[in-house]
Design a protein around this ligand. Structure first.
Ligand SMILES: *Cc1c(COP(=O)(O)O)cnc(C)c1O
Length: 374
């Protein structure tokens, strides 16, 4: 974990990523496969991580937008790229030309896709999304008309390859999730989609890990690929054998001794109560460390936990290392990951930051120095 001369960096474990992919694909089989959801720069890990997943055999990738799909294609991934977040009419041409698979929620989107496919003389594959209770993208079952159904199923320029829905509360509300699932099945049956050779999918990581009966032909897995529990409880990921992929580290830039009663950092939100040894570390909110974690975070130094003290600055943070022997300039400090016997998980940082693990990873996506390790 000594990455040359870098001040701060993200480490991505190839071995753990490969292991997690294997575990998840085993859980998905025999009836289905995994779509790696790699939006927002692969949850902050950079598109090279999608290329790595591709080299590990993953062949289905989900992104939010055309722009992300183009980025991903450039990175060299093989297989299908699904655009999960909808698109504008002016993007249809490029989507068809590149062979991306968009998810359609509205007739207007659909018709722009048909036009582009007709103009290019190609068959455009697409998925249809029904909103069973998320209130975001997708068509409400009550707004799905017979004429839209016929256009979807019968237009020769396009091919309906899948139908999906998305859960609003899979990590915390089993009842509502089951209700949405039943609504999804009812929709598929009502319109005769069920039993066709279509890709059905509803599960995100939370639903996939917790509700085996919701594992269908395709499963949209984001956070679990990184060995992180979608519900913020490390036990869930651990119990399934998923291993943390991500580490975030930075170096000590200065160690100094402060007398008792000395203010530390902007606003003096921390005052030393004793003679204290303080390490100034090269990571701050510009690198994705939430400022709201000021005075409310532990990091690892020389294999031991140490508290962050004072307000987190733009590129620096102070850590009390009074209790740790021999800390010196250049030492590596771990914000996420393992150091010796100790470990700080994404879930812990999320809980302290009163957010979800997804946001923690995306936030650390601001760290451009990424290092693949075994
Ligand atoms: C982001 C996203 C997912 C993946 O969610 P995780 O909780 O990271 O597994 C699945 N489906 C859709 C539509 C998404 O936007």
């Amino acid at each position: 974990m000594e990455h040359g001369n870098l001040h701060f960096w993200m480490e991505i474990s190839r071995e753990h990523l490969a292991h997690n992919l294997l575990v998840l694909r085993q859980l998905a089989s025999p009836q289905g496969d995994i779509m790696g959801v790699v939006k927002s720069q692969v949850y902050g890990h950079g598109v090279a991580t999608a290329a790595l997943l591709s080299s590990l055999g993953l062949r289905k990738f989900g992104v939010a937008s055309l722009e992300e799909a183009l980025d991903l294609k450039k990175s060299g991934v093989e297989g299908d790229i699904y655009i999960l977040g909808g698109f504008f009419p002016w993007e249809a041409e490029a989507i068809v030309a590149e062979g991306f698979i968009p998810v359609v929620s509205q007739e207007e989107e659909f018709e722009s896709l048909v036009k582009a496919a007709e103009r290019q003389g190609r068959t455009a594959r697409f998925h249809f999304k029904v909103d069973t209770g998320m209130g975001r993208m997708g068509c409400l079952p009550r707004n799905f008309t017979r004429s839209f159904f016929e256009r979807l199923s019968l237009s020769p320029a396009v091919a309906l390859c899948g139908v999906m829905t998305h859960f609003s509360s899979a990590e915390k509300d089993p009842e509502y999730t089951e209700w949405q699932f039943q609504k999804f099945l009812a929709f598929l049956k009502r319109w005769g989609f069920w039993g066709k050779s279509l890709e059905y999918h509803c599960a995100n990581s939370a639903a996939f890990l917790v509700f085996p009966h919701m594992r269908l032909a395709l499963n949209r897995i984001g956070i679990a690929l990184f060995g992180v529990s979608p519900n913020g409880e490390p036990e869930l990921a651990k119990s399934l054998g998923l291993k943390p992929v991500t580490s975030v580290r930075a170096r000590v830039k200065l160690v100094k001794v402060l007398p008792p009663g000395f203010r530390v950092g902007y606003g003096g939100t921390f005052v030393t109560s004793r003679t204290s040894r303080v390490a100034v570390v090269a990571l701050g909110y510009a690198q994705g460390l939430f400022r709201a974690l000021s005075n409310n975070l532990e990091v690892l130094v020389r294999g031991k936990r140490a508290p962050v003290i004072g307000t987190i600055s733009m590129d620096q943070v102070m850590v009390d290392v009074t209790h740790i022997e021999g800390v010196e300039k250049g030492d590596v400090v771990t914000f996420i990951g393992r150091d010796g016997e100790e470990e700080i998980r994404v879930e812990e940082v999320a809980r302290r930051g009163k957010t979800i693990p997804h946001e923690v990873l995306c936030s650390f996506g601001r760290i451009r120095h990424r290092v693949f390790v075994e």
